[in-house]
Design a protein around this ligand. Sequence first.
Ligand code: PA5
Length: 417
Amino acid sequence: MQLDLTNLKIAKSQLLTREYDEKVRQIHKILHSEDHAAGTTWVHWPLNYDKKEFGKIKRLAKHIRENFDALLVVGIGGSYLGAKSGIDMLKKGKGVEVVFAGTSFDYVDLYEKLEHLKDKRVFVNVVSKSGTTVEILSTLSMVENFMKKKYGKDYRKNMVFTTDKNKGYLKKLSSEGFDCLVVPDDMGGRYSVLSAVGLLPFACAGLNIDKIMEGAKAAYNDLLEEKLENNLAYQYAVYRNLVNYKLDKKLEIFSTFSSKLSSFGAWLTQLFDESEGKDKKGLFVSSLVFSTDLHSVGQFIQEGSPILAETFIDVFAPLKNASVKGLRADSPIKFLEGKSFDEINRAAFLGTVKAHSEAGVPIAVLKIDEISEINYGYMVYFFEIACATSSYLQGVNPFNQPGVEQYKSYMKELLKK
Ligand code: PA5
C-alpha cells in the first residue's frame, strides 16, 4: 500500500513534526500494550488469532458450501458491514449466496429476502456481540419461524450464533442447542471483521480466509514501527488531524473508481464515524463511488461549501479486452474508439483528482495494486490502526459508542410503554 501525499494542501514538514511524533509514540504504546481491556485485542489479532476457532470456521464453511445454497447472516453495524465489504469486493461466484438481514426494522425488506430464500437450502448465522441488539433479536424471531417451517424440529443444527464467549442473551439461548462461534473479548464490532464475525461469511462466499489473514499480518508487520516517519497509518492519521484542525475541514470523503469497493466505503464510514465522532469532535466520514457519484455530488465537491477533504482509494480491477468498440462515425465520443474501459476510468480518476485539487480540496491517495484477499486484509488492518490513532489524536476513545447506546435506550423506553 502506498500513501500519495502529493496533492495535500499540507506540507510534509507540517506532518512529520516532533510533537506529532511524540503523540504517536504514546498512542503506539496504548495500542500495542497487552492490556486488552482497553479494547485493543484486534491489534495483535493478525498474529494471535485463535487458530482452533479458525479451523472450526473453515470446517463449518465447507459444510455450508457443500450442503446449502445460501447463508443468511443476521447482523447490524460492525456485526455486518465488514462481512459485506469483503464479499462485495472479492466474491468470484465460488461459494454460496450470502444474504444479509437484521440491518433495519424494514419488515418488507426482510419479508422479500425470506421469500427469495424460501425454496433454497439455507444456513443461518446470527451475529451479535452483545446478544441484545433489538434489530437482531426481532429479526431472529422471524428467521427462527422460517427455519422451523423449513427444517422442522431439527432446525437449530442449521444455525450458528457468533457472539460473546460467556455472556449475552444469544449465548444464553445457545443452551437450547445452537452452536456458537466467538466474538473475542475486548474487540468491538467495527474492529471485529477478522474474527468469526467476518470470516465465516467470507469462507462461505468462497473467499480465501488464509490469504485475508496473511494480508492483515503483512500490514501488522509494516505498521509495527512506532516512528511517525516510518509508519504510513500514523502519517495518515496525523494528516486527518491537520485537515480537521489546520485546514478546518469537517468532512472526509472516501472516493473510489471501483464499484467493488462500495461496501468497503460503508465499512470505513462506520469505522471512522463511530470511533471518532465524539465530544463534538471528528471529521464526518462518508464514501462515494465514481464516476456514478460525480453525477450527483460532484458539483458540491467542486464548488460547494469548502468543508471537505477527499481520500481516494486507488485500486483498479482492469478487465482485459473490455473496450469501447463500433462507435458510429458521428458519435460525440468517437475519440474513445478502441480505448479500454480501464484506460477511460483511469483518465476519469486523474481528471477528478486534478479538478478537486484545483478547487482547494485536500486530497490523499491510498494506492493498492489489485483487488485481492491479501490486499483486503491489509487495508482492513491499515484503516483500523489509522482510525484508532486518529481518534486518540482527537482525544476520544475509539472503542465505545455512547451516542448509539443513547438512541437504543430511548427507543426501548418508547416501545415498553
Ligand atoms: O461497532 C460496533 O460496536 C457497533 O456498530 C455494533 O457492531 C452494532 O451496534 C451491533 O452490535 P451487536 O454486535 O452487539 O449486535
